[in-house]
Design a protein around this ligand. Structure first.
Ligand code: ARG
Length: 588
């Protein structure tokens, strides 16, 4: 409805402006007044264009209002306020018309995107032989939502897990893990048993220490690296085995998190190993590759160190090795030339902001992208803090292991569920606890403006009141229970909705705002906008449910209408939460 409404207003304003000899091609800004008393929508166009039209704003407003008033099916009232604000009150009929259309629509999102944009979302991107830390948690959760949302609007999305799986750290782990793998294979023991991720991480740490102390070990590791890079079969075989055991643990977490990444989305740094030399060649052709202390670098004017010295992007090190940036540049070529991406989104913590600024600028300056109009976007996010406002650590000062964090959330959610609804079967309680616990962790993260750090608090995220996942899940479950009591099926229910109370009107309008929230997330890549929307929707539902009796409503057509409004609220909640990768129980 909003789309059609904005189009209508836009046409009217452009018409009025044309009468004043002005061609307008800028989009007008339609606001929602904080107080409904001032209308459902308002515009400040009269003030904005008064000067250009050489016409007092009040007079210009009157001309716009005259045309708006003629649209009687849309507006019940149009008025001018203050210096020339125009306030519009929608007719109940138009709200009912569009609302019922939405109810009958198979898809809850009616927006077909104007232009389909093939999009790569690079997220999670964990490192082999290192446990996922909370930074990867945020990347995984946020990236998953952005992928779902962009996809829901009809764009093809290619998920890419840019694993850190190549280079010296891998050679070092192979060096340490080799005897263990050989022994396990001889004994017929599974690798996952002898080399769980935590063990691999220990090996990496031990190797780092040994390399520092003993130059011979460092040399050996370097030899391993060279042989690995040259494609030595045995080393590649070990490398693959280590990657698989390491990822097995990561997939357990993805599944628990209800994140869609699969093995098919893995394109680690190793994937680009044979494209690096070509990439350097391509960059060389641009004439921007400069030698600096033996390394091949690109210097761009916009990047200077604190002291004002030119800041290089190192493309190839003096020993011939490649850098993090080189892999990213090779990946950009692949993604835009081979995958056909027109938009590439990178989800990593804010500390990598400079890295991405530099590689984006380098890719553009050297012309290695398939199309100069490809959008490259870094989606940075802040840290997760403990209650002491310092980066989240365990009591003993170690990085918090994700798996443990998730387990605790589910355990605590179990207690919440058990208290709320002791009558559920044990199996149901466990299932709901999983949905609520995981949902709570994800939602607490997603509902924050991602640029900010936030304080991790189990108590807050599991609260049944406030802007939390359990609150939204509970609203959903409550509507399901209304239907159970009414002996109606939520899956097949259908009735005509009509307005008989202001709370119904308000809720119907809110339900129709979903699309706008989804489009906003796809554009600005900020999931909290969708969270806020769902929260406001639930609050709106609560006031509706307080004021408008559903079960005890005497008028049967009003009761049917209210049930339909309840069910649309539920569908909208479920749809929005699904976009956030959060499951919705029907009972809790
Ligand atoms: N593996 C990297 C890390 O853990 C993140 C990779 C992000 N993606 C990229 N294309 N650079 O820091």
């Amino acid at each position: 409805m909003k789309k059609q409404l904005i189009q209508l207003i836009q046409n009217i304003i452009n018409q009025v402006l044309k009468n004043h000899g002005i061609e307008n091609d800028s989009a007008i800004d339609v606001q929602t007044p904080p107080d409904r008393k001032n209308g459902d929508f308002s515009i400040n166009a009269a003030m904005k264009f008064a000067k250009a039209c050489k016409c007092p704003p009040q007079k210009l407003a009157a001309e716009i209002v005259a045309l708006l008033e003629a649209e009687t099916q849309w507006f019940s009232k149009v008025s001018i306020a203050g210096p020339g604000f125009i306030n519009m009150y929608l007719s109940d009929e138009i709200i009912e018309k569009y609302f019922n259309e939405l109810c009958n629509n198979k898809n809850i999102l009616t927006a077909a995107v104007n232009e389909v944009v093939p999009t790569v979302v690079d997220y999670s991107s964990v490192n082999i032989a290192k446990q996922m830390h909370v930074g990867h948690l945020r990347s995984t959760i946020i990236g998953d939502v952005l992928s779902r949302v962009i996809e829901a609007l009809g764009n093809p999305v290619i998920r890419q897990n840019h694993l850190g799986d190549w280079g010296l750290p891998m050679a070092m782990v192979i060096y340490k893990a080799e005897p263990i793998i050989r022994k396990a294979e001889k004994d017929g023991v599974s690798l996952e048993e002898v080399l769980p991720l935590a063990e691999l991480e220990k090996l990496y740490k031990a190797a780092t220490a040994e390399c520092k102390e003993d130059p011979k070990v460092a040399d050996t590791c370097h030899e391993y690296l060279v042989k690995l890079q040259q494609g030595d079969k045995e080393l590649l075989d070990l490398w693959k085995k280590i990657t698989r055991v390491s990822m097995a643990e990561v997939y357990r977490i993805y599944r628990l998190l209800n994140v869609k990444l699969t093995e098919a989305d893995e394109r680690g740094e190793s994937f680009y190993r044979d494209m690096l030399a070509d990439t350097v060649e391509e960059i060389k052709k641009s004439g921007l590759l400069k030698e600096d202390a033996g390394a091949q670098c690109v210097f761009l004017d916009e990047f200077k160190s604190k002291e004002g010295n030119p800041l290089p992007v190192i493309i190839q090190k003096s020993d011939g090795g490649y850098n993090y940036a080189t892999f990213d540049l090779a990946a950009m070529r692949f993604r835009t030339h081979k995958l056909g991406a027109k938009r590439v989104i990178y989800v990593t913590d804010a500390r990598q902001a400079l890295h991405f600024k530099q590689v984006f600028a380098t890719a553009r300056a050297t012309g290695i992208l398939a199309d100069p109009n490809v959008k490259l976007e870094h989606v940075p996010f802040g840290s997760i803090l403990g209650e002491d406002n310092k980066p989240l650590k365990t009591r003993s000062g170690e990085n918090v292991k994700l798996a443990e964090l998730l387990k605790e959330a589910v355990d605590r959610a179990y207690n919440v569920v058990n208290e709320k609804n002791p009558k559920l079967s044990e199996e149901q309680k466990k299932d709901v606890a999983r949905m609520v616990g995981i949902g709570a962790i994800k939602y607490a993260d997603l509902s924050q403006n991602r640029n900010n750090d936030y304080v991790f608090s189990f108590d807050r995220m599991l609260a049944l009141n406030g802007n939390t996942a359990p609150y939204l899940q509970y609203a959903h479950a409550r509507i399901c229970s209304i239907f159970r009591k009414a002996n109606e099926s939520i899956d097949t229910y259908s009735a005509k909705a009509k307005i008989s109370a202001p709370e119904e009107r308000e809720l119907m309008l809110k339900i129709m705002d979903l699309e706008q929230a989804v489009v906003s997330v796809a554009t600005d890549l900020r999931p909290h906008v969708l969270c806020n929307y769902l929260y406001e929707l639930s609050v709106c539902f609560s006031s509706f449910y307080d004021k408008c009796s559903v079960m005890n409503c005497e008028d049967s057509s009003i009761k049917a209408s209210r049930l339909e409004i309840c069910n649309m609220t539920r569908k909208t909640l479920a749809y929005g939460l699904n976009l956030l990768g959060i499951e919705v129980p029907r009972e809790m």
